[in-house]
Unconditional design. Structure first.
Length: 425
């Protein structure tokens, strides 16, 4: 599929985004282990989160999938059943890594795989702690999907994650649900805490002290009625677009504002962006509010260290923003190399297609500012964030652009292109 993008004079309007992808995954998985029914309003419409629902169904969970409204009849901690075939995580690294923690605690063997892209993503970071807990996991070349997970009676551990990863933390905590005693996870940098908030909301005994999380095993989890906030990561594309296109005025309503996720807003404020947070409140344990943005930024940005970990998913679109405004320097972001694509390489390739200068390093890149995007044919390379980032680039190009393999955006945001067009009409 090819999507055509026209240059824009301004972005104006109010939008709402699909439900938060990270939260949707976690709520669905925990709901499957709870007792009673959970209804999630505003569930992510992205394909990744529906891959999670497909796996839960294959494990014997009754799921009513209404797209953005989902009902899950939980089976309790010991109620999952042996799947008839291989479990399919699609393109979703979140699904395969976090579900591995649940599958490790089952009294059966399961096999989980994904698409061609997922088959290239290393899994040792979850295999190592799960093996320490007592599961046996076989993988292609010792680290790649498909994973064959031999579930076991797991033992609680005190585990320090070697890298800052909310997926690894969640995998270990999910495995810890099946253990007697305390499972402890220690992080080098505090990562998003949606799992801790959700487990507590469903009834688990879990506590956090700085970068240390402690979970009491074998909790009784109880189903809930929930409404997911809008996805803050998805807002990055629209915020960047509004800060590049002159005369823009944009409001994004009902966005999740979890403090462990708002590095994006802090970063944009550091560039001098006029970003305001309105109508903040709490919803199902998460902070939610509206974001208003207008104006244009000229200041350059630096993303490194803990900020690189916090903004790892937003860096592709921030590279586009930096090229059009004040520039961007990125380091300590080697994790970009093992995402859905090598995002350092795919960002660089698309920028060069539009005549943009970029200096690439193994763990990052430098993009000089105040450059003009030439009309170009961009390629998503099958990566949803690359597709959306360069659709944003097309708004400030000197002529019409196109996105090849544009359907990749549906992994996280099927409505992306129609939402973008609604702001430029």
């Amino acid at each position: 599929m090819i999507e055509h993008i026209q240059p824009a004079d301004k972005l104006s309007g109010a939008i709402r985004l699909p439900g938060d992808k990270s939260i949707s995954h976690r709520w669905a998985m925990i709901a499957a282990l709870a007792e009673g029914k959970t209804t999630i309003h505003g569930y992510s419409t992205g394909e990744d989160c529906h891959s999670t629902l497909g796996i839960l169904t294959a494990l014997g969970v009754e799921v009513e999938d209404g797209g953005s409204e989902v009902s899950i009849s939980g089976r309790g901690l010991d109620g999952l059943t042996v799947p008839k075939g291989t479990l399919d995580a699609g393109n979703s690294g979140s699904t395969i890594r976090m579900m591995s923690g649940i599958l490790a605690g089952q009294p059966f063997v399961s096999r989980i795989e994904g698409d061609e892209s997922l088959a290239k993503r290393p899994m040792q970071r979850v295999m190592t702690p799960l093996a320490e807990m007592g599961a046996r996991i076989e993988a292609t070349n010792g680290k790649y999907p498909p994973l064959e997970i031999h579930g076991a009676k797991l033992k609680a551990i005190d585990y320090t994650t070697p890298v800052a990863s909310a997926q690894v933390k969640t995998c270990v905590l999910f495995a810890g649900l099946f253990c007697d005693g305390e499972t402890i996870v220690r992080e080098p940098v505090k990562t998003r805490d949606h799992t801790e908030l959700a487990l507590r909301m469903f009834g688990a005994d879990i506590s956090s002290a700085g970068r240390v999380v402690t979970l009491q095993g074998r909790p009784k989890l109880v189903g809930k009625e929930l409404t997911a906030p809008g996805d803050l990561s998805s807002s990055a594309f629209f915020l960047s677009a509004a800060l590049m296109v002159p005369n823009s005025n944009l409001v994004i309503g009902g966005v999740g504002l979890n403090p462990t996720r708002t590095a994006l807003l802090d970063y944009l404020a550091g560039l001098g962006a006029e970003v305001k947070i309105l109508n903040v409140g709490e919803q199902c344990g998460e902070l939610v509010g509206d974001i208003m943005v207008r104006g244009r930024v000229q200041r350059g940005g630096v993303i490194s260290g803990a900020m690189a970990a916090a903004l790892i998913d937003e860096i592709p679109t921030l590279a586009v923003l930096g090229a059009a405004t004040g520039g961007l320097f990125v380091k300590d972001a080697a994790e970009l190399r093992v995402k859905e694509t090598d995002r350092i390489a795919t960002v660089a390739e698309n920028l060069k297609r539009a005549g943009i200068e970029i200096e690439v390093r193994e763990d990052g890149f430098t993009v000089p500012g105040n450059q003009k995007f030439q009309a170009a044919s961009f390629d998503s390379f099958g990566d949803h964030r690359i597709a959306m980032a360069f659709a944003v680039a097309g708004l400030v190009a000197e002529g019409p652009c196109q996105i090849e393999r544009a359907e990749a955006a549906s992994v996280s945001f099927p409505e992306f292109y129609s939402t973008l067009r609604s702001l430029t009409a």
